[in-house]
Design a protein around this ligand. Structure first.
Ligand code: ASP
Length: 426
């Protein structure tokens, strides 16, 4: 049995066991299954601990072997344009479908107030975190690390990426023997990181089982019921974005057969679903893009770490739906101008959001404020918090799928030949 199949089985088994525990109403059983969480967390740590060595080593080798700075600039420019464009498309899809389906108009004010009363305490936690969010100028300045080791220690990927690219470009200018000494070392670090990933991945199906069953046993489906239309609109939007935007990009920009492509990369979105973190999934994302899609290390080591931090189509789409939902609940009309603001701020907010669980709900506050829903923030967040865990899992899967699709598009645009198994035969 292949690894993705095993992971999928772990996921389904976790869902079933979690549901049984939750619906049985037996408290001991719920506690027992909920107690599996630490095993899942242990696995997330095992895979996360390899992110820094992997990103530094592969990006450094990647940049240094690109040779000249112009190529770095070209790939960087294309990647940014592609990422921003697909994210803006995702936001637009979110806005359009929530306009058509109007998920917020079905909720009566009594349910609204009851739900928000229940969850306002938790929402305040997110509010406090959002208040600490730096301004735009600070965000830009923060991309330049004062100390790359500190950036690595804090898992601040963006400043670390900036440093590593500059350093890699410098290595490229050295004399052959010096350059090779550095590259040999980091190639070794990179290969060893991949070995660790393969070891950790053997445990993935069990970890996925532990994570999913614990979540379902604890939260159950109760909360989902009252917010089902909202959740379904997000799910529909995410599905459309994958089925239309990514399929078209894969087919026409990367020359891939969309179905074969999605099937071959399944492992990465499954891990993203189970961990709710693009960062934690990054090692798997890179391995999948290289081994299954045939993207070169040069491109994957550049496009994917960047994508894990700045490309979050799923998150941006979800924010668009959430903004419309909250506005509809309060019957506050959002005109064309306001929606354009949502496209802009949600795209930028997804750049600013870190690839960690629940990052999206924190940056959502910025988007809400930008369209004058500042007074509704607390109650609005409280309302959607109940289903946020499951939506986080789904949007993270989309974020990661978007990153891999981008790596294929960029690789192809650089003239690379992708894996025959996923390519359209010519
Ligand atoms: N969990 C998401 C990610 O890591 C971010 C978010 O939407 O909360 O990609």
């Amino acid at each position: 049995m292949s690894l993705p199949t095993k992971i999928l089985m772990g996921l389904v088994a976790g869902l079933v066991v979690g549901l049984i525990a939750n619906l049985s109403g037996i408290e001991q059983l719920q506690t027992l299954i909920g107690g599996l969480q630490p095993f899942g967390t242990a696995w997330i740590r095992l895979i996360t601990m390899i992110v820094i060595p992997l990103v530094v080593a592969s990006l450094l080798v990647g940049t240094a072997s690109l040779g000249d700075l112009r190529k770095v600039g070209r790939i960087g420019g294309k990647t940014l344009v592609y990422y921003m464009t697909t994210t803006a498309i995702a936001v637009t899809i979110g806005l359009v479908i929530s306009q058509i389906i109007e998920p917020g108009s079905g909720i009566d004010p009594a349910t609204r107030d009851a739900l928000s009363a229940e969850l306002t305490g938790q929402a305040q936690g997110s509010m406090l975190l959002a208040a600490e969010k730096p301004s735009t100028v600070e965000t830009l300045l923060n991309m330049i690390p004062r100390n790359p080791v500190a950036a690595a220690a804090n898992m601040d990927l963006l400043p670390l990426i900036v440093f590593t690219i500059i350093f890699g470009a410098a290595v490229a200018t050295l004399q052959e023997d010096r350059k090779n000494a550095v590259l040999n070392f980091f190639n070794g670090v990179n290969d060893a990181s991949m070995v660790v990933i393969n070891w950790v991945m053997v445990l993935a199906p069990y970890a996925v089982f532990a994570l999913i069953s614990a979540i379902v046993a604890t939260f159950g489906l109760d909360l989902l019921r009252s917010l089902i239309t909202y959740a379904l609109v997000v799910v529909l939007g995410l599905a459309l974005h994958v089925a239309v935007t990514y399929s078209l990009a894969a087919r026409f920009l990367a020359g891939l057969s969309p179905l074969a492509f999605f099937k071959s990369i399944m492992k990465a979105p499954l891990i993203a679903f189970s961990t709710s973190s693009s960062n934690a999934t990054l090692p798997v994302t890179m391995e999948t893009a290289e081994d299954e899609v045939g993207v070169s290390k040069q491109v994957s080591s550049f496009v994917l770490p960047l994508g894990a931090t700045i490309n979050m189509d799923g998150t941006a789409l979800y924010q668009a739906v959430a903004v419309m939902f909250i506005a509809q609940i309060y019957a506050i009309p959002l005109g064309f101008g306001a929606q354009l603001t949502v496209v802009l701020t949600a795209t930028l907010a997804s750049v600013g959001a870190a690839g960690v669980p629940s990052a999206g709900i924190i940056t959502l506050i910025i988007v809400l404020q930008s369209v004058g829903l500042g007074d509704q923030v607390e109650v609005g967040i409280a309302l959607i918090l109940g289903v946020d865990r499951i939506l986080d899992m789904l949007r993270t899967s989309v974020n990661v799928t978007g990153d891999i699709t981008a790596s294929a598009v960029i690789a192809r645009s650089e003239g690379e030949v992708l894996a025959p198994a996923v390519s359209v035969s010519r």
